[in-house]
Design a protein around this ligand. Sequence first.
Ligand code: PAP
Length: 392
Amino acid sequence: MTTTESCSLPTVLPDPVSLPNYLQEEGHKQQCEELISSMPTEKDCYCQASKAITVPTLEPCSLSNDLPPVSLPKYLQVEGLTQECRQLILSLPTEKGWVASHLHQYQGFWHNTRQLQGVLTCQNHFQAQDPDVLLVTTPKSGTTWLKAIVFALMNRVQYPNPENHPLLAENPHVLVPFLELGLYIDSQVADLTTFTSPRLFGTHLPINSLPDSVKNSACKLVYLCRNPKDTFVSLWHFTNKLRINNMGDNSLEETFDKFSRGVSLCGPFWDHVLGYWKESLEKPQRVLFLKYEEIKEQPKAQLMRLAQFLGRPFTPEEETSGAVDGILKLCSFDNLSNLEVNKTRKLSSGEDCKAFFRRGEVGDAKNHLTPHMMEKLDQITEEKLHGFGLTF
Ligand code: PAP
């Protein structure tokens, strides 16, 4: 079935026996109608099968044959879910998503339907190797920046010339692919044979959801986080950019409420950060804990700390020859955001590269959140993290 995406909501369903609660919620019909108006449709999608049961919320699908075909971005497609994933979804708490239809709470954290499949496939199949480096972030904490920096750092012997560097031609998410959101997202076992050691991967997985092979290997984890106010604002902007025709922007108040309750991609934000914070204290050789704000404030010191942690310290000669500054300049917001590749191309997962570059500043939250919202996030942070010695 080539256009299952045309019924992305119904394909979440398992065998047509009973309708899960999350599909009965009010508003679903309208959401389905909005999506359908922008979806390609073929006769043989799940909608036909759905006729076997009485499902009022699926009725709009029967109209969709008359609609013009418009392709749905890949990040919104949910075809090809395994039986394991479909069954699992039935048992999970589910809420309305920020972009895709649903978020499911799995192992304590929230994932979109499509990404949940990626999480399961990654957990089942990814085989970590000791020299691997995993770049771990909560979404919108500076993942793109971290990927660029670590790629440039680890490959600086191979690519010494910043005028002729892969980062000028490829988005950092291509050079350092995501595990559950990229390599494993389509429920296929990723072919990693072309990767050279040490392999670099990105992930938003919370610590307790990392594949066993990661837990059992000596691979290193670099964790980057960002203050929750800026993270939320960045996520709100980003998800608005990913929403398709007719969806409109997410309401700031509604998404703020969700974020505060922990219902955001790979949220609760605070639990995600805390898991890696604790691990970094227990195993400092294995997990390096970085903050976006600290890299902004002391880029050189943080880059050298990173290099040391990854076993690739800068030599005095490199320092004097400007290698550290060269990497920071290459990976700067101004440089990356103005590259043709990042202004015009899309990732294979469907997002515009430019969506990953907005302002790249510390403190932008105050331009969007009310004082009450700022206070509320500060209060949650204080309650959840202060006792562990972690502040933002
Ligand atoms: P991801 O987790 O979905 O991959 P991520 O890269 O973490 O996204 O988020 C993008 C944020 O990092 C944006 O923040 P903003 O919305 O507050 O502006 C983006 O501008 C910022 N960003 C991207 N590249 C850089 C960079 N080179 N330096 C600093 N910030 C950057």
